[in-house]
Design a protein. Structure first.
Length: 176
């Protein structure tokens, strides 16, 4: 764990000097320097004092790098085409078993030729267009601004019934 570098990064981002941090926490300059250079590991009590002074949750310092915020810039999105209808899928972000994507469906296209199922859960927000969501024997027409969710283990599919492309924001969760 790189706690010292995280402390330094947050301290500098908040324009806090080492003397200010020392005054606010009661720690010596040498000790803070050793912490920030990862030459010593602070106790939980010391870390809590630093977290309180810097106004960040103590747990933030204990997160592994892969568990912290993950950013995907628009120009860095992975884009692919899916199925015979060439649905355009932009992978927006993912964290653990949670994934978010933007799907563009051409008029008359569907998420599959037949109902399909898989592990997990999904939430959909219709951003543009008109679609029919089918799950089992239930079908619902939805338009921009409508949303729906379902257990993905029940056979389902989405069909663009409109005359324009449909744009759908999808968040899905699959346990790791």
């Amino acid at each position: 764990m790189d706690i010292g570098s995280m402390i330094r990064e947050i301290r500098k981002r908040k324009n806090v000097t080492i003397p200010q941090l020392c005054e606010g926490t009661g720690l010596s300059k040498g000790f803070v320097s050793n912490i920030e250079n990862n030459k010593t590991s602070p106790s939980i009590a010391t870390l809590e004092s630093i977290a309180d002074y810097l106004e960040v949750p103590l747990a933030y310092f204990l997160l592994k790098k892969e568990d912290r915020m993950h950013v995907v810039r628009k120009e860095q999105r992975e884009v692919s085409l899916f199925g015979k209808d060439n649905l355009k899928i932009e992978k927006l972000t993912m964290h653990g078993g949670l994934r978010m994507k933007l799907v563009e469906m051409p008029p008359g296209s569907a998420s599959g030729e037949t109902l399909h199922s898989h592990e997990g859960e999904e939430c959909h927000l219709i951003l543009q267009g008109k679609v029919t969501a089918v799950q089992g024997d239930e079908a619902v027409e939805l338009t921009a601004g409508d949303s729906f969710s379902w257990k993905s283990c029940v056979p389902h599919r989405v069909i663009n019934k409109g005359d324009e492309p449909a744009l759908i924001l999808i968040a899905n969760y699959k346990p790791r």
